[in-house]
Design a protein around this ligand. Structure first.
Ligand code: SF4
Length: 301
């Protein structure tokens, strides 16, 4: 029997090593990036108090949307991986969707509280997409891809983990990114479209499947809204992200510029507490979805 720690039994549905999240954070605010790198042990500081406050801020920010999103990714990954293995005749142990969701819940202090709603959503999703195994070939699930950009004569690693790749009967290859949402609407797609993560998905998709790549889709999964009077139903929308050629062209230069800034700060020995901050009045520190988790630290030390 496979053990719970066997990677073949549970897929890794987490962030990739040097992926769009990292670069997106650095592109937004270098202090935001530095704090996350500190918490992950990728940067260091001798100020233990600062480090602890950063960790506490990240834990406090790990609210239901993020926890459910991680658990949803685990469930989705195992659902599609089971299909992929069956289509390819691969007979090896794999956790069920429910086992994967429960296993993922263990990563969070309050994870168990969200098992029911994530499983309700996954069950409804699988019912609504029941014929996908006949319509699509599953090419990849939670696959990490790697590439390099040249930065000042050295190679900078860029990684990305692609949630799902499907190919239809016309051999159109679709890169799919799952998003667990409170509410989804057309603005949601526009909100993600210019994010570094989505742009990188398209760049990698075009590179990996050059002859058949069709586009990046957001697989929006809206949680059920239950009230005292009414039981809601989860909703699902799969939306094609409009391609943006000029933005795609600019991705490599942008990544290069971010990497140059990161290297310069490390080589200058800059204390991670003193990384440049994004104080523009563009809503970075006080976003419409809520304040940056580090706003108290940046404002009051
Ligand atoms: S509060 Fe503002 S400056 Fe500080 S890390 Fe967050 S976005 Fe950057």
């Amino acid at each position: 029997m496979p053990s719970e720690n066997d990677d073949l039994y549970f897929l890794d549905a987490g962030q990739s090593e040097r992926g769009g999240h990292n670069y997106g954070l650095a592109d937004t605010c270098l202090q935001l990036y530095a704090n996350h790198q500190l918490a992950r042990g990728k940067l260091t500081t001798s100020d233990e108090d600062y480090l602890q406050r950063v960790r506490d801020a990240i834990d406090a920010d790990m609210g239901p949307p993020l926890i459910r999103g991680c658990m949803l990714h685990a469930g989705m990954g195992h659902h599609y991986e089971a299909i992929r293995r069956e289509q390819q005749g691969i007979d090896s142990p794999l956790a069920s969707v429910e086992e994967a969701v429960v296993h993922s819940a263990d990563e969070f202090v309050e994870g168990k509280e969200h098992i029911d709603i994530v499983m309700e959503t996954m069950t409804a999703y699988i019912e609504s997409r029941g014929n996908e195994a006949r319509r699509y070939k599953v090419l990849a699930v939670e696959q990490e891809l790697r590439a390099y950009v040249k930065v000042d004569g050295r190679k900078e690693l860029i990684t990305i983990r692609i949630d799902l790749v499907l190919q239809d009967r016309q051999r159109r290859t679709m890169v799919i990114d799952h998003k667990g949402r409170m509410w989804g609407n057309p603005k949601t797609v526009r909100g993600y479209a210019n994010g570094m993560q989505t742009l990188l998905l398209e760049r990698f998709g075009r590179k990996e499947w050059p002859d058949t790549f069709y586009g990046v889709y957001l697989n929006l999964c809206e949680w059920p809204h239950h009230t005292k009077k009414k039981q809601g139903r989860p909703k699902f929308v799969r939306e094609l992200v409009p391609s943006r050629p000029a933005a795609l062209d600019a991705v490599s230069d942008t990544l290069r510029y971010i990497a140059q800034q990161q290297h310069a700060l490390v080589e200058a020995g800059t204390d991670p507490r003193r990384y440049p901050k994004s104080f523009g009045d563009n809503g970075t520190c006080e976003h419409r979805y809520g304040p940056c988790p580090f706003v108290d630290i940046c404002n009051h030390g």
